[in-house]
Design a protein around this ligand. Structure first.
Ligand code: 3PG
Ligand code: MG
Length: 400
């Protein structure tokens, strides 16, 4: 990879009085009922970059997506609450524009004083942001680029998206990588380079199909691949076991069988699971061996013997990457697996990386000490695609 120009390079040129457009990933989880921000990790992660620009006297124009609105304004995905939280964390008001590139955005940006911060409304309220049509994306990128004299990408969680604000704007403005993007790339390149061994990867989450590419890419590289979460049931089925009403991707069973055959014994699957009568926090539940899952029950967590086995493998590791919860950790009855694995990772004498919005949120929701992990990535899909060795549009755009 060619060297990226960085925020320090931009600061060295001097940014006082200049408008700096910052693409951030402020796509934070919101409470479904109240709309409150349930985890502000992604907002805190961008503070070093924003703070440095404020300090240097830039007019800072921040843009982000939130959720997946369909190219038109949708109040449930407004960045308004994020502007409030960002202001609290920065210790200075954030001027919120109620549109992305319209009248409100234009006047908000025009009124910024040196060292002040504006946040534009959700990028995805505009069809041009995610359009597959180059011209449509380009037209939107032109409007965004008009708000900056320079561009900083600090949206690591979105660098795998070929979207206007990530891919097309840097082609229109002098561009650099922000502190977060730089740190993420430095850390993840340690995993794709020559990781210290044993290198153990833990994958969870619900779908095999989401993780297939990364499993394929990692199998030759890792020493051990531990699989839990909803996706383990498709693997268990591939071993000929019955999985009751657990999550199952029928069309992936053959693929999983093939992966297991080719894995040279590197893949470790659960030996026991917590099964419940229903997907509900108060559902009756028991721990059973994987060859004894009742036909009417579904698995919602890995069991204690699995945690012990996975923990033993993790205790040997020198490098660890973890993506995806082991069970439905949001429900206390099914959180022990995720907690146990997270604790084993913190105890290991290893360089550990937690990848993914969900896993990072799990670490914080379970009250674990973030500083006992080597690095907690803000990118889910982005960190997986990085490990797959794919070209990430947002990084490629910064390199040009
Ligand atoms: C994420 O949450 O993974 C990033 O913010 C990217 O969001 P997206 O998957 O909706 O593009
Ligand atoms: Mg995602």
């Amino acid at each position: 990879m060619s060297a990226l120009r960085t925020l320090d390079d931009l600061l060295a040129e001097g940014v006082s009085g200049r408008r700096v457009l910052v693409r951030a990933d402020l796509n934070v989880p919101l409470d479904k009922q109240t709309g409150a921000i349930t985890d502000d990790g992604r907002i805190r992660a961008v503070l070093p970059t924003l703070g440095a620009l404020v300090e240097a006297g830039a007019k800072v124009v921040v843009c982000s997506h939130l959720g997946r609105p369909k190219g038109a304004p949708d109040p449930q995905f407004s960045l308004g609450p994020v502007a409030g939280r960002l202001g609290e964390l920065l210790g200075a008001p954030v001027h919120f524009a109620t549109d992305t590139v319209g009248d409100s955005a234009r006047s908000t940006v025009a009124d910024l004083a040196d060292g002040q911060v504006a946040l534009l409304e959700n990028l995805r309220f505009n069809a041009g942001e995610t359009s597959k049509d180059e011209a449509e994306r380009g037209a939107f990128a032109d409007q965004l680029a008009a708000f900056g004299d320079a561009y900083v990408d600090d949206a690591f969680g979105a660098v795998h998206r070929k979207h206007a604000s990530v891919f097309d704007v840097p082609a229109r403005l002098p561009h650099v990588a922000g502190r977060l993007v730089l740190r993420e790339v430095e850390v993840l390149s340690r995993l794709t380079g020559e990781p210290e061994r044993p290198y153990v990867v833990v994958l969870g989450g619900s779908k095999v199909s989401d993780k297939l590419a990364v499993i394929e890419a990692l199998l030759p590289t890792v020493d051990r691949l531990l699989i839990g979460g909803g996706m383990c049931f498709t693997f268990l089925k591939a071993q000929g076991l019955e999985v009751g009403t657990s999550l199952l991707e029928k069309d992936m069973v053959e693929t999983c069988r093939n992966l297991l055959e080719r894995s040279g014994g590197k893949i470790m699957l659960p030996v026991d699971v917590v099964v419940a009568d229903a997907f509900a926090p108060d559902a009756a539940h028991d721990t059973v061996r994987v060859d004894g899952i009742p036909s009417h029950r579904l698995g919602l967590d890995v069991g204690p013997e699995t945690v012990a086995g996975f923990s033993a493998a993790l205790s040997q590791a020198k490098t660890i990457f973890w993506n995806g919860p082991m069970g439905v950790f949001e429900m206390p009855a099914f959180a022990a697996g995720t907690r146990g694995i997270a604790e084993a990772i913190t105890k290991a004498d290893a360089f550990s990386v937690v990848g993914g919005g969900d896993s990072a949120a799990a670490v914080r929701a379970l009250g674990l000490d973030e500083s006992s992990f080597g690095h907690i990535s803000t990118g889910g899909g982005a960190s997986l695609e990085y490990l797959e060795g794919k070209t990430l549009p947002g990084i490629a755009a910064l390199e040009n």
